[in-house]
Design a protein around this ligand. Sequence first.
Ligand code: F6P
Length: 343
Amino acid sequence: MKIGILTGGGDCGGLNAVIKSIVWKGIKEYGHDFVGFRDGWRGVLENDWQELTLDDVIDILPEGGTMLGSSRTNPFSAGNDPDNVKRTMEQENIDALIVIGGDDTLGAANKLYQQGVKIVGVPKTMDNDLECTDMTFGFMSAVQAATDHLDRLKTTARSHHRVIVYEVFGRYSGWTALYAGWAGDADVILTPEKTYSIKDICSYLEQRRQRGKDYAIVVVAEGATTTEMDEMMAEDEDTDEYGHVILGGIGEYLADEIEQKMDWQTRYIQPRHIVRGGTPTAFDRILSSRYGLAAIDCVEKGQFGKMAALKGQDIEIVDLADAVAETKTVPLELLEKAEIFFG
Ligand code: F6P
């Protein structure tokens, strides 16, 4: 068989490890041929690809980002013709696609599968917001990067007797903020799943100040809101081809509010893409490799419309349609466990 691979949506650590494991097993054990479409769905729509051989992937496992490039191209958005996916596959005699992406990229993949395109999905995103899998690859690499930032921010907050607010990616869920905030020993963690008032936040910080600590760290997910806000904060009104605005701004808002209400000097940080860049952790290198092996096995068995998934310690195969049905948000009981450590 001739198999196409594409990586779509926000990049993250582990993408290249997935590509390597698909191509490595696919060539060595199954004797298939591989092409890599450039920049996600754009490469498929425009028939823009490169051959993928063992030599092309031999050293890429530890490398951050994606050797194929990525984009937020949506085959079903105005100006694109989803039939070009089938046209490209027919022109290039490609039998199946392995699509590595998050809810947007895999949502489009599921629609194309429903139209007869042979597709297997691999769950990627630093947001960890895909259903049917315990964890997406890329998530723990982002959590580790953010946790390292928080360890560094604590020393400077302590030196300058400040509250530092750290606003982190995560789109509409708080997984990255919760895990990084918990691991980074933050004093308050704010997520879209549970809304606090400014008064609540200041009360937690005042508890800390009463214990003699004149510095604190607040971690806030970009999609979080306080009870005083009507909606999530966005950098501007423009939307991408999946209808998403660029979220951002709550960190600055919270820093200003805390400084005013508590007469406590604050600073805010928006690491944005820094948490996504760089080499994947060892955990993600293994998880990504396991996902890639499962995906090429699915293709070999003719199992399409499926996605590799992590269930506990095991890799299982789930229906793609179920995985993209809705956003996986942080359960309240986990938020309440993290809340024990606030203040
Ligand atoms: O979906 C991953 C993600 O990093 C989100 O957490 C974030 O809101 C978004 O991508 C940023 O998109 P872009 O990289 O297109 O600015």
